[in-house]
Design a protein around this ligand. Structure first.
Ligand code: AMP
Length: 421
C-alpha cells in the first residue's frame, strides 16, 4: 500500500491531507492519481464513498498549481460536471479543503438559486468550475461560460446523469469543449449508453474499478422469500405490518415499479415515499428528510437513486426485485447494519429471478437462507386476492399439492427445499 507522499502530489496538498486526518490513499486514489498527474484519461467505475473525489481532485489541483495561467473573463481550466447540487457543493468543499494552501480558484454553478452571483464569479475567470448540466447550459447560452482555456473535463456520476434525464444536456456541453483535453469519467455502473459515451469521450483511458468495502455484510441477517410476482405487493404489506421494522429501504428495478409499490403501501395505510430519477430534486430531498426524521418508515428506491443515501438508522433492506448485477446486492444490503448496528435484508424472488439469485449467491459465496414461514411461500398467483388474504394465508400456505408439483414447475423447488448452510 503506497502513501500519499510517494504519489508526487503538491507538498501543500499533503499538508492539507494530514490536517484532514487522511493517512493513506484509498484503492481508487492509489490506482488513479499517478495516471491523472501524467495527464492520462481515466474510466473510473466507482461510487461515492470510495474516495473518488480526492482521487481526481488531488492530481488536478497539483497539475493546475504547477503552471498557473492568467484566466480570461468567463473562462475556466477545469470543468467538473455532476448531477446534483449537493454533490457539486460537496465536491467544491473538498477541493477548497485540499487546496486551501494553493492559489486555485473554484466556483459552483447549479440551478434553484439566482444566477447573478455565479455570473459575476465567472466574469473574473475561475480555475475549477463544478456544475450541474442545466444551469451550466443556461449560462453558456447567455455567453457567461467560455471553454477556450479548458484543460481538464471531469464527468462525475455519469450513470446518474442518465437516470436523472441529464444526458442530452451533458452531450450538448461536450460538443462545446475543446477536443484537446484530459477527460476523467466516473460512473458506479456501466449502462450501454454510458459505455458508448465513454468510448467517444476518452482517449486510451486507464480503467479503474473499485467497490466499497462491505465489511458489515456479516452482521446482516439475510433471507430469501420465494413469492409469485403478483403476490409481492401483499407480501411487502404483510412484512411492513410488523412495527418492529423501524426504517425500511425497499429496492425496485424500475422507477414505475417504485411508484406502484408506494401506491400500494399508501392504500394499505403504510406511509412511504419513492425516490428515483423522475422525481425532482426537491421531492427527493423532502422524501429523504421525512425518512430521516421518522415521519415515514418506508423509502422505495431504484439502485441509482439510492446511491447517496447514507442513513445509519436503516434497520431493514427489502429487495422487492433482485438486482441484475450481483454486486448491487452487496451495495444494497450494505445500507443497513451501518455504524456498528445490526441489520436485516429480505429479498423477494419470483420464478423469473431464480437465475439472478443463483448469480448473487455465487458472487457472495453464500447460500442465502430461505424463509419458508412467510404467508406467501408456495402460494400460487391466481388464488390470492387482496380481500381474502388474511383469512386464507395459513390455509393456502399449507396446501401440499402446490408446494411440490407447482413449485417444481415454477423452478422454485430446488432452491426452497435445499438445506441451507
Ligand atoms: P467520496 O467517495 O469522494 O465521496 O469520499 C468519501 C469520504 O471519504 C469523504 O468524506 C472523504 O473526505 C473521505 N476520504 C477520501 N479519501 C480519504 C482517505 N484517503 N482517507 C480518509 N478519508 C478519505
Amino acid at each position: 500500500m503506497s502513501s500519499f507522499k510517494s504519489l508526487n502530489l503538491n507538498p501543500l496538498i499533503l499538508e492539507a491531507l494530514t490536517a484532514k486526518g487522511y493517512t493513506k490513499p484509498t484503492p481508487i486514489q492509489e490506482q488513479s492519481i499517478a495516471h491523472i498527474l501524467n495527464k492520462g484519461d481515466i474510466l473510473g467505475i466507482a461510487q461515492t464513498g470510495t474516495g473518488k473525489t480526492a482521487a481526481f481532485s488531488l492530481p488536478i489541483l497539483t497539475n493546475l498549481a504547477a503552471h498557473q495561467v492568467k484566466l480570461k473573463p468567463y473562462h475556466m481550466r477545469c470543468l467538473i460536471l455532476t448531477p446534483t447540487r449537493e454533490l457539486a457543493s460537496q465536491i467544491e468543499d473538498n477541493i477548497k479543503g485540499y487546496g486551501k494552501n494553493l492559489n486555485i480558484s473554484s466556483a459552483v454553478i447549479f440551478g434553484g438559486v439566482n444566477p447573478r452571483a455565479q455570473v459575476s464569479k465567472m466574469a473574473k475567470g475561475v480555475d475549477i468550475v463544478i456544475a450541474t448540466p442545466g444551469r451550466l447550459l443556461d449560462l453558456m447560452n447567455g455567453g457567461h461560460i467560455k471553454f477556450d482555456q479548458l484543460e481538464i473535463f471531469v464527468l462525475d456520476e455519469a450513470d446518474r446523469m442518465l437516470d436523472m434525464g441529464f444526458i442530452n444536456d451533458v452531450k450538448k456541453i461536450i460538443t462545446k469543449i475543446p477536443q484537446k483535453r484530459q477527460t476523467l469519467l466516473f460512473s458506479a455502473t456501466m449502462p450501454k449508453d454510458i459505455a458508448e459515451l465513454s468510448r467517444k469521450l476518452l482517449k486510451d483511458p486507464k480503467r479503474v474499478e473499485v467497490t466499497p468495502e462491505s465489511t458489515t455484510v456479516e452482521k446482516i441477517k439475510q433471507s430469501i422469500n420465494y413469492v409469485e410476482k403478483i403476490n409481492k405487493p401483499l407480501l411487502l404489506e404483510s412484512i411492513l405490518q410488523d412495527k418492529s421494522i423501524k426504517f425500511a429501504l425497499v429496492f425496485t428495478r424500475t422507477k414505475h415499479g417504485a411508484n406502484r409499490v408506494v401506491q400500494h403501501l399508501e392504500r394499505a395505510k403504510i406511509a412511504a415515499r419513492a425516490i428515483h430519477g423522475n422525481k425532482s430534486q426537491a421531492a427527493r430531498e423532502k422524501a429523504l428528510s421525512e425518512f430521516k426524521n421518522g415521519r415515514i418508515r418506508v423509502l422505495v428506491a431504484t439502485d441509482i437513486a439510492a446511491r447517496g443515501i447514507d442513513i445509519s438508522s436503516i434497520t431493514h433492506v427489502i429487495n422487492y426485485n433482485l438486482p441484475d448485477d450481483p454486486k448491487s446486492y452487496v451495495h444494497r444490503i450494505g445500507r443497513t447494519a451501518r455504524a456498528g448496528r445490526e441489520g436485516v435484508a429480505i429479498s423477494f424472488c419470483e420464478p423469473a429471478e431464480v437465475k439472478l439469485l443463483k448469480d448473487i449467491e455465487k458472487c457472495i459465496n453464500y447460500k442465502i437462507p430461505v424463509d419458508e414461514t412467510h404467508p406467501f411461500h408456495g402460494v400460487p398467483a391466481q388464488i390470492v386476492k387482496k380481500e381474502n388474504v388474511p383469512a386464507e394465508k395459513k390455509e393456502l400456505a399449507g396446501k401440499k399439492p402446490q408446494s411440490r408439483s407447482y413449485r417444481r414447475k415454477r423452478s422454485f423447488s430446488s432452491n426452497s427445499s435445499k438445506k441451507q448452510k
